[in-house]
Design a protein around this ligand. Structure first.
Ligand code: ZN
Length: 142
């Protein structure tokens, strides 16, 4: 069975592309800002213990949002690649159509709702087993 991207006409593809490029630009900006802030933070390290914990927390949250943004950026780049090669809107799991409404909500979606739910259920199960793993490694005093 051929999976041709008939569901999306040129105008829609263009719309998605424009939206994705816009988001890509914004995210890149956000990542750059966060990384700049992290670099600035790394300069004068506060000696005060309270300041230090504050400083670490701020840095952690910066790292967190930067890495979230970076993974979002990757998704957007993949979506743009798929737009380029014509596989945009096709589920990479089952090769079925992802569905326009889902794409409009999540333009970078690479799975149809069905496959997404399946993989979420799978990763949830994986996380759960990871999460409940008992106090396995007790740091032996160095
Ligand atoms: Zn699918």
């Amino acid at each position: 069975m051929k999976t041709q991207n008939l569901a999306l006409d040129k105008h829609l593809v263009l719309q998605f592309k424009r939206g994705l490029l816009e988001q890509h630009r914004e995210l890149l900006q956000a990542v750059e800002n966060a990384e700049k802030e992290i670099r600035d933070c790394a300069g004068p390290v506060p000696l005060d213990a309270i300041d230090l914990s504050c400083f670490t927390a701020a840095k952690d949250s910066l790292f967190m949002s930067a890495s979230q943004n970076r993974s979002r950026l990757r998704l957007i780049l993949h979506a743009l690649e798929r737009l380029q090669d014509g596989s945009f809107g096709i589920c990479v799991g089952c090769e079925g159509p992802i569905g326009l409404r889902r794409l409009q909500a999540l333009p970078w979606a690479s799975h149809c709702i069905q496959c997404q739910e399946n993989s979420e259920a799978a990763s949830l199960a994986g996380n759960a087993t990871l999460h409940v793993s008992p106090d396995s490694v007790q740091g032996s005093g160095a």
